[in-house]
Design a protein. Structure first.
Length: 240
């Protein structure tokens, strides 16, 4: 039977909690995530200003420490020190689940190696939100996150990814989406591609077609927002 609010146990001391946060729509946060943020001793955030706004929206006041790509090693040691003192640490990124194409993996690994408990508070994830609504096959998929920025490395990565079966899922920024579509038209010319943009936000949109079709569309309009890109051999649902 599911636990009721009255039966929920308090947070466990010396535990690192991985708290998923909204990827756009602020309503997309679980009751458990809110309770964890309220009851923890400190919140380790990728961007303290961004997380501060989220906490303020929900009336939560907690000490914040920053951790990001360039200070994650130093902060990992500090977070372990807090766990050693019995603190309950909530780890969040700017959006989605910590460690999924965002900082967090090193902190988790360091905490585990030091013998501390790590608990996931599941919730929003752009990968899952995009894939399930894409119309692409979902029984088997390969998530590759962000590709390298340099052209030669990107093409090499895409060539290697051709070996995987199922749907290939990538993250991409609006500044490189045209470049990616050009590369896909060369390397995956017969594939069916779905671009998911502005997920959970007002202008959420799914664009479906071949790499060439989507490239022509992109050249005729400005596509903003962060993208989840799904590539498959099976023709997706009708273009919307």
């Amino acid at each position: 039977m599911p636990e009721t609010p009255l039966s929920l146990p308090p947070l466990t001391p010396s535990t690192l909690y991985l708290v998923a946060t909204p990827i756009g729509n602020l309503e997309d946060i679980t009751l458990r995530a809110l309770r964890t943020l309220k009851e923890c001793d400190v919140v380790a955030a990728e961007d303290t200003r961004h997380t501060g706004q989220l906490l303020k929206h929900y009336g939560i006041t907690k000490p914040l420490i920053s951790y990001f790509r360039f200070n994650e090693a130093k902060r990992s040691a500090e977070i372990v020190g807090r766990l050693q003192r019995g603190e309950k640490v909530a780890l969040v990124t700017d959006a989605g689940s910590p460690g999924i194409s965002d900082p967090g993996e090193r902190v988790v690994r360091t905490a585990i190696q030091a013998g501390f408990r790590v608990e996931s508070i599941p919730g929003p994830c752009a990968l899952v939100a995009a894939l399930t609504a894409s119309g692409s096959p979902t029984d088997e998929f390969h998530f590759a996150g962000f590709l390298p920025h340099k052209s030669a490395a990107r093409r090499k990565a895409l060539e290697k990814l051709k070996a995987f079966s199922g749907t290939l899922v990538l993250y991409e920024s609006p500044f490189r989406i045209e470049k990616l579509l050009v590369e896909l038209s060369d390397i995956f010319p017969q594939s069916r591609v779905v671009l998911a943009r502005e997920l959970t936000k007002r202008f959420e949109e799914f664009l479906r077609g071949s790499p060439t079709e989507l490239l022509a569309l992109q050249q005729n309009r400005v596509l903003k927002g962060e993208f989840v890109v799904m590539i498959s051999e099976e023709k997706p649902a009708k273009t919307i």
